[in-house]
Design a protein around this ligand. Structure first.
Ligand SMILES: *[C@@H]1O[C@H](CO)[C@@H](O)[C@H](O)[C@H]1NC(C)=O
Ligand SMILES: *[C@@H]1O[C@H](CO)[C@@H](O)[C@H](O)[C@H]1NC(C)=O
Ligand SMILES: *[C@@H]1O[C@H](CO)[C@@H](O)[C@H](O)[C@H]1NC(C)=O
Ligand SMILES: *[C@@H]1O[C@H](CO)[C@@H](O)[C@H](O)[C@H]1NC(C)=O
Ligand SMILES: *[C@@H]1O[C@H](CO)[C@@H](O)[C@H](O)[C@H]1NC(C)=O
Length: 338
């Protein structure tokens, strides 16, 4: 409203921020947000950002009922639309295939994928072929034709306002912050759910080429949204401002890591002292976590805890908070938190 605007400009000018024209447009933080959680895309880190924001503003979350931790898989737009307000920002995050498939035996698999891949066992195969495509709710075994590809891209663009990229994670967080009109601290993060390097096998150069063919839909999908990502940046903040903001984000991240953490890097699961801060371990990978410093005041401890709490514990906590009368989920969360 105009009074708000007037007030904003007065303040902005006093603070030396206002430089006329369109350089500084006032905006209001967006509260209605839908995030499609994709697999192995640093999504747990994004989830943490969303959990913290929802707590800060006492927002209502769509949480899985009962004992579950999944809302449904894959993405089902009509169902999601039933519960989200119309003015909702839909976003997700994708990753370059070549950096994405980093697990044991990846090179053996890609050398002769059809000896391992069985079309009749669809449900077990989704991680092996075009799984970003599957996450969006499309057939990951579909034949890749240009018409089909373009029609799906058009649908995704219709549904999503923003597609971020794990490979440019800090740039993505800046773009997210600016799109949602959030504060810098809202998107500062500690990397969650990262794997220790010894549980990862790098792809050979041959595998890197093979995977583009084997997952051609995902590869084209990524390339498309890589282009729109950089175009969006050019059309909004520009590369120079982007670099400045990424720098601010990293400085703030370092500051908070020093304030909160015992070790300068995430540590092996066996070295996480507080059992409640141990992330869920899936498969053979070693998922890393954090130890907090012991000498913090309560407010700092709360802020630090929210940055390092693993996803399942955070979901349990938020569920108990939002539905105090329902049976709690069984993952332990730090009860002494609040
Ligand atoms: C948070 O939201 C819930 C549900 O909308 C409401 O009952 C509660 O009073 C709110 N709490 C605060 C601190 O605003
Ligand atoms: C959302 O938009 C549809 C179609 O324009 C309308 O029928 C519906 O009432 C709207 N829902 C809300 C919650 O505003
Ligand atoms: C593929 O999976 C089907 C269904 O489980 C099974 O019957 C078939 O033998 C499998 N084919 C190969 C080549 O393993
Ligand atoms: C993504 O876009 C950037 C900037 O244009 C480019 O340097 C990079 O090579 C692209 N990556 C892929 C995988 O196409
Ligand atoms: C800090 O938290 C501890 C544990 O919950 C509590 O016993 C103590 O009273 C709190 N201190 C302050 C100053 O709130």
């Amino acid at each position: 409203n105009s009074l708000d605007l007037h007030f904003f400009y007065r303040h902005a000018r006093l603070m030396g921020l206002y430089r006329g024209s369109n350089q500084l447009r006032p905006c209001h933080p967006r509260m209605n947000v839908m995030f499609l959680k994709t697999h192995k895309m640093a999504s747990s880190t994004v989830m943490n950002i969303l959990f913290r924001f929802s707590e800060k503003h006492n927002l209502t979350l769509a949480l899985p009922a009962g004992e579950g931790y999944h809302l449904g898989y894959p993405f089902n737009l009509p169902e999601v639309q039933k519960i989200m307000p119309n003015a909702t920002i839909y976003f997700t995050i994708l990753r370059n295939l070549v950096s994405q498939i980093r697990s044991k035996n990846v090179n053996e698999f890609l050398a002769s994928p059809w000896t391992y891949y069985n079309l009749s066992e669809n449900i077990y195969n989704i991680y092996a072929m075009n799984y970003m495509w599957f996450d969006f709710g499309y057939d990951n075994n579909a034949v890749d034709t240009e018409d089909y590809f373009q029609s799906v891209i058009a649908e995704i663009e219709q549904a999503f306002h923003l597609i971020l990229l794990t490979d440019y994670f800090d740039e993505s967080m800046v773009l997210l912050k600016n799109t949602l009109c959030w504060d810098l601290d809202d998107v500062v993060y500690f990397k969650l759910n990262s794997r220790s390097e010894d549980s990862i096998q790098e792809m050979t150069p041959e595998s890197k080429e093979k995977v583009k063919e084997w997952c051609s839909l995902d590869w084209k999908l990524y390339q498309h949204f890589n282009r729109t990502f950089w175009r969006r940046i050019e059309e909004t903040i520009g590369l120079e401002k982007l670099a400045q903001e990424v720098n601010l984000l990293r400085m703030r991240q370092e500051e908070l890591m020093e304030l909160c953490l015992l070790d300068p890097k995430p540590v092996d699961k066996s070295r996480i002292k507080d059992r409640k801060l141990q992330p869920f371990q899936s498969g053979r990978a070693n998922i890393l976590g954090y130890n907090l410093r012991q000498d913090m005041d309560n407010a700092t401890l709360r802020a630090c805890l929210s940055l390092v709490t693993p996803e399942l514990q955070y979901v349990s906590y938020l569920y108990a908070h939002q539905f105090p009368d329902k049976k709690k989920k069984d993952t332990a969360f730090p009860l002494w938190w609040r």
